[in-house]
Design a protein around this ligand. Structure first.
Ligand code: PEP
Ligand code: MN
Length: 338
C-alpha cells in the first residue's frame, strides 16, 4: 500500500504517519519528491489499514502498486536511484564507473599490481573475490577474510572503492566491514536469507542476475534487499544460460532497456562473465555502454595464464587500457561520461 502525503507536508506531519506505520509493526519506506512524499507500507495484510490512513489529515490518498515488486518499481520511485560511494564515485548518474580487478584476490602483491593498472587505466572501483563460488570444490576457493583485508588495504592505498562477494549470511558482516559494496553472485540470487542479511546492513549491494532468472524474479530478489531498508541496490546483468555453447553465457542485452523502464535501480553490466572469452570482451563492453549500462564490470589480470580463476576472460592490461579509452569516446556520443 502506498500512502501519498498532502503536497508540501511538514516534517511533523510526515512523522505522524511514519510513527503510525511503525506502531503497526511495518517498516515505512519513504520516497521524497520535490513537493510530494510517498510512504510505502508493504506486507501481508497492510491493506486492512487502508481506511485508517485514508482518514488522516496528513494523507492525500492511498494507492496500490500492481507489480509484485513494489519498492524496486518506478511507480514507487520515479527518478533514477544514484548510489554514492567513497571518493565521490556515484553509480546511476551520467558517469559510468568502470569496476575492474581480478576474479579472485590471489595475494596482496598481485592485487596491488592490478589496482595500479585499474586506476591508471581509468577504472574507479576495484573488484576481487575473497569467497569464490567455484563449480568444482577442488579448485581455488578464495583467501577468505585474509583476502578481504588485502582488498581493504589496497583500496585505501589507491583511494578506490572496493567490491567483493558474500556467499553466505555469515560472510555478509565481514564483506560489509572490509568493502564498500557487497556483491551477491549469480548462484545466490534466490538465497533469500542472504538477501535479507544484505538488506539489514548499510553498504550498497550489487545483485547479479542468476543464469536462469527471469527479469521479474531478478526484481523480486532486489525487493528482498530493499524491503529490509537498504535502498542502495544495483542490478547486474552477467549473462544467462541458453542453448549456445560457443560462449560461456549469453549476455542478455535485451534485458537492459526493459529493466530500466521497470525500475529506478542502476544497472551494471558484466561482459567478462557474459561472454567468457577475452578477445571478445571489449566488443561486448562497448555494447554494454550503448545499451545503457550505469557501470561496467571487467575482470583483468596481468598474467591471465597464471590466474587462479577466470583467466580465459580476464583482459590484459593493454587491452583494458585501450578499452577504457574507446569507451570514453563512445560515452561522449551517448551523453555519458566514463
Ligand atoms: C564473479 O564476479 O567473479 C562471479 C563469480 O560472478 P557470477 O556470480 O556472475 O558468476
Ligand atoms: Mn569471475
Amino acid at each position: 500500500m502506498i500512502i501519498t502525503l498532502k503536497r508540501k507536508a511538514t516534517k511533523q506531519e510526515e512523522n505522524k504517519v511514519i510513527e503510525k506505520i511503525k506502531k503497526l509493526g511495518y517498516i515505512p519506506h519513504i520516497s521524497r519528491g520535490v513537493d510530494i512524499t510517498i510512504i510505502g507500507m508493504i506486507g501481508e495484510l497492510a491493506e486492512k489499514y487502508r481506511d485508517l490512513f485514508e482518514s488522516m489529515d496528513e494523507v492525500d490518498h492511498i494507492s496500490e502498486i500492481e507489480k509484485p515488486y513494489k519498492l524496486a518499481s518506478r511507480e514507487f520511485k520515479h527518478d533514477d536511484t544514484i548510489i554514492k560511494l567513497p571518493y565521490g564515485i556515484k553509480i546511476g548518474g551520467k558517469k559510468v564507473p568502470i569496476i575492474a580487478g581480478p576474479c579472485a584476490i590471489e595475494s596482496k602483491s598481485v592485487l596491488d599490481e592490478i589496482a595500479k593498472i585499474v586506476k591508471a587505466g581509468g577504472g574507479t572501483i576495484l573488484r576481487g573475490g575473497a569467497y569464490k563460488p567455484r563449480s568444482s570444490p577442488y579448485t581455488f576457493q578464495g583467501l577468505g577474510e585474509k583476502g578481504l583485508k588485502f582488498l581493504h588495504d589496497v583500496g585505501l592505498k589507491y583511494k578506490i572503492p572496493t567490491i567483493s562477494e558474500a556467499m553466505s549470511v555469515e560472510q555478509v558482516p565481514l564483506v560489509s566491514k572490509y568493502c564498500d559494496i557487497v556483491q551477491i553472485g549469480a548462484r545466490n540470487i534466490q538465497n533469500y536469507d542472504l538477501l535479507k542479511a544484505c538488506g539489514k546492513q548499510k553498504k550498497p549491494v550489487l545483485l547479479k542476475r542468476g543464469m536462469a532468472t527471469t527479469i521479474k524474479e531478478w526484481l523480486l530478489s532486489a525487493e528482498y534487499i530493499l524491503s529490509q531498508g537498504n535502498y542502495n541496490v544495483m542490478l547486474c546483468e552477467r549473462g544467462i544460460r541458453t542453448f549456445e555453447t560457443a560462449t560461456r553465457f549469453t549476455l542478455d542485452l535485451n534485458a537492459i532497456p526493459v529493466v530500466k523502464k521497470l525500475t529506478h535501480l542502476p544497472v551494471v553490466l558484466d561482459p567478462s562473465h557474459g561472454i567468457g572469452i577475452r578477445e571478445h570482451v571489449p566488443t561486448m563492453a562497448k555494447a554494454c555502454l550503448a545499451v545503457g549500462a550505469d557501470a561496467i564490470a571487467l575482470e583483468i589480470h596481468p598474467r591471465p595464464e597464471e590466474a587462479l580463476s577466470d583467466g580465459a576472460q580476464s583482459l590484459l592490461p593493454d587491452q583494458y587500457k585501450k578499452l577504457v579509452a574507446d569507451l570514453k569516446r563512445i560515452a561522449e556520443a551517448l551523453d555519458r561520461e566514463i
